[in-house]
Ligand binder design. Structure first.
Ligand SMILES: Cc1ncc(COP(=O)(O)O)c(C=O)c1O
Length: 448
């Protein structure tokens, strides 16, 4: 801890103590209910709920009806998917975009065209939605877990190099919660060691890193447009990139292996592939929401900056650090919670108390590599054939090394993005609720 930090934390604790000491005098004026945590019988800080998600506007309906009435519903007919691809590529300043059925299928296709094959290894962020692991496993490759930097909650660039083996084909940093990973050192290591970089940008539409959009920095970027996302169409995804060769291959592989552009495959007709196509109805929904995405992103950023400024002043609340010169889009807004600064109030009890104040929040991802999915994979017949027993044992043992990730999983609390679309005064209820809970940590801890 730096001297500056410890001084700031001391001042914060002192301020909280003064606020606590003033409690009884203030109660007389303001009435006790507003000062007491809702769980202890007081009045919740926030009433009236939060903006609903997703949003629909009647004005968007004619373009959807046009698709339905045309009967041109699949990608091979109609134009909406191609229009969306052009518009999304332009928005991200990417050379190309390929729309897909989902974020998961975007990642599966990206792995294939980057030549991730059975028995290969891919280094991935462990602090992510399980689809990042699964896209690697489906290609019969081993998801090798890098560590998480507790300060940023993203892939620790220093943890990649010693995990690279002769089988490593790619690195998959995940811009989790819409926070850009520190891409320069990740790219430098990957380039030096000759491995590809595929960005899981499934939560990072319009996030930017040193002037470049997330999803356009590595070899390929993958996005999700699932219902909860900032640009939703129920299901949907996209691959972005600047290489015509990779995007031609991706277009072919996602469309049953039909020849595409410069990629003819090994035969004159079909090569290997699947059906990972987006439908025109999805694309029409997405096209309607692009302007809204830009506006919502600006609003989330403004509210997140305001929130960070307040939360930084509260001892025991540690907002995530972003890489220099980069901007997040906050699919969730996370911070690390230090129970000892809240009179020992455990994280789950803190979350319960926040919810009672009218402020929904939850823990981040857990240490899901201990949940059985990876054991099931490495014990499967295929993986046992593809890897030596020693490699699989070392792999399983290496989960114990993920100390940064363990810390992050144990301490993170996060708000969903819709809270950041609220009015400023409502967003200000978040730090107010935290301070109230902090002043009564011991009583709340006793209550359980
Ligand atoms: C980080 C991450 N990767 C991949 C995915 C998969 O996207 P989809 O649900 O569209 O398949 C998601 C979606 O939640 C995600 O959050």
């Amino acid at each position: 801890m730096t001297a500056r930090n410890s001084r700031r934390e001391f001042l914060g604790i002192a301020a909280a103590a003064v606020a606590g000491a003033g409690l009884f005098t203030k109660r007389a004026a303001a009435g006790p209910a507003a000062e007491i945590p809702a769980l202890l019988g007081g009045t919740p800080v926030h009433k009236g709920g939060w903006p609903a998600w997703p949003e629909w506007r009647q004005g968007w309906e004619p373009s959807i009806l046009d698709v339905l009435r045309s009967g041109k519903w699949y990608r091979g007919s109609g134009q909406q998917v191609q229009q969306f691809e052009a518009a999304y590529a332009k928005l991200l300043n990417a050379r190309r975009c390929l729309a897909t059925a989902s974020g998961t299928t975007a990642l599966i296709v990206a792995m294939h065209v980057l030549d991730v094959d059975a028995g290969d290894e891919v280094i991935v962020s462990p602090f992510t939605f399980i689809a990042s692991y699964n896209a690697i496993l489906i290609n019969k490759a081993l998801p090798v877990l890098a560590d998480t930097d507790p300060a940023t909650l993203t892939m620790d660039p220093a943890s990649i190099e010693h995990r690279i083996t002769e089988r490593t084909r790619a690195v998959m940093p995940v811009h989790i919660y819409g926070m850009p990973c520190d891409m320069d050192p990740i790219l430098a290591t990957a380039r030096r060691r000759g491995v590809a970089v595929v960005e899981d940008a499934c939560q990072a539409w319009l996030a930017d890193y040193k002037g470049r959009m997330c999803g356009t920095i590595g070899d390929l970027g993958c996005f999700s447009f699932q219902n909860s996302k900032h640009l939703p169409s129920g299901e949907g995804g996209a691959i972005t990139g600047n290489s015509d060769d990779l995007l031609d291959r991706a277009s072919s592989f996602h469309d049953c292996g039909r020849p595409y552009g410069g990629f003819k495959g090994a035969r004159p007709n079909f090569t290997r592939g699947g059906n990972f196509r987006m439908q025109h109805v999805q694309a029409a929904m997405l096209l309607q929401q692009l302007d809204k995405l830009v506006q919502d992103t600006a609003r989330r950023r403004e509210n997140a900056d305001r929130l960070t400024a307040s939360l930084t002043e509260i001892p025991g609340i540690r907002p995530a650090r972003l890489p220099e010169n980069s901007r997040a889009v906050w699919h969730l807004y996370p911070f690390r919670y230090e129970a000892d600064r809240f009179q020992g109030l455990p994280r789950d009890a803190f979350i319960k108390a926040m919810r009672a104040e009218g402020i929904p929040c939850s823990t981040g991802y857990q240490e899901q590599y201990f949940d059985g999915l990876l054991d099931e994979a490495i014990n499967s017949r295929g993986f046992q054939r593809l890897f030596t027993a020693k490699r699989l044992k070392d792999y399983r043992d290496s989960f114990q090394e993920l100390k940064g990730n363990r810390d992050v999983c144990a301490t993170t609390v996060a708000f969903t993005q819709n809270l950041l679309l609220a009015e400023r005064a409502d967003v200000d209820h978040i730090p107010a609720a935290i301070r109230k809970i902090q002043a009564h940590g011991a009583e709340l801890a006793k209550r359980g």
